[in-house]
Design a protein. Structure first.
Length: 279
């Protein structure tokens, strides 16, 4: 095995084109996964690739470099519709994890309980993947395929997350249930983004649930049912749709909670989420 820490993106991509590597950014997921056993794969440490850091405007959209840490995201004044992402950033692990962990690492690790994925799904975010052969863009829903599975090829790096713009009327929020405030794997989490037209009716709705299926997923029944609904009627309409909306979820029984408990938790979180978002 070998350990490489390139300072240029093209050098990193050239190495990936030559041979497969275990890619490490902040290491907050990689190292716990190898406690008590040796890392036997060659490591490509991309933490020195400054070109993949920071938040910038990309023709009205928000471009978040894959190596941007959760602390940076939490501190940065983001557009109003990205409030859910900032809220999630403050709840990922503890302060030390937030200082080292990256948004790209959270997505590539693809845990069903990854706190960063539901708000990005609700925002209709996409990912930018780069290789020595070129770049491509995928909707986040097509990138995260399941538990620890993504559409990233062995020769690719996730370079950035792209969040589309919304109007000044857009709002978003994120709620998470865990056994304590920090350093906890989520039992369930929900995120919603609502945008409103000039008549104060829902013009865009994105709602996503995490830790209740192999990959976090959006709730199309709820999203479609809220389009065109007046802001003051959002909470009541959502309440009537919740049971049908949750049908695609497949939560498991584990040490953090049973399937039934998770479904009931999501119902209550969604009801509160919609009240907060509509308010």
């Amino acid at each position: 095995m070998s350990y490489l820490r390139p300072h240029r993106l093209d050098a990193a991509l050239a190495e990936l084109a030559r041979a497969p590597y275990l890619v490490v950014a902040g290491g907050t997921d990689v190292y716990p996964a190898h406690v008590g056993r040796a890392i036997e794969r060659s490591i490509l440490d991309i933490s020195a690739l400054d070109a993949m850091r920071g938040v910038s405007d990309a023709n009205g959209a928000l471009r978040i470099g894959a190596l941007t840490t959760w602390s940076e995201i939490a501190r940065r004044p983001l557009p109003r519709h990205c409030a859910a992402l900032a809220q999630a950033a403050r709840e990922i692990g503890g302060r030390q994890i937030q200082n080292r962990g990256t948004i790209g690492g959270n997505l590539c690790n693809a845990s069903p309980a990854a706190d960063g994925i539901p708000p990005l799904l609700a925002l209709d975010a996409a990912v930018e993947l780069v290789s020595a052969a070129g770049a491509r863009r995928l909707p986040l829903a097509q990138f995260v395929l399941g538990n620890r599975r993504t559409a990233c090829r062995p020769d690719e790096l996730l370079a950035a997350v792209i969040v589309p713009p919304r109007s000044q009327a857009a709002v978003s929020t994120f709620l998470k249930l865990g056994h304590r405030r920090y350093l906890v794997i989520s039992i369930a989490m929900v995120a919603a983004v609502l945008d409103f037209d000039a008549d104060d009716r829902v013009a865009y709705c994105g709602v996503a649930v995490g830790a209740c299926s192999a990959a976090a997923q959006r709730l199309p029944v709820l999203e479609a049912g809220l389009l065109g609904v007046a802001r003051r009627e959002v909470a009541a309409r959502a309440e009537a749709l919740i049971d049908a909306a949750l049908a695609p979820l497949s939560p498991i029984d584990d040490v953090r909670g049973t399937r039934a408990y998770r479904l009931e938790a999501v119902r209550r979180l969604l009801a509160r989420l919609m009240q907060e978002a509509a308010a």
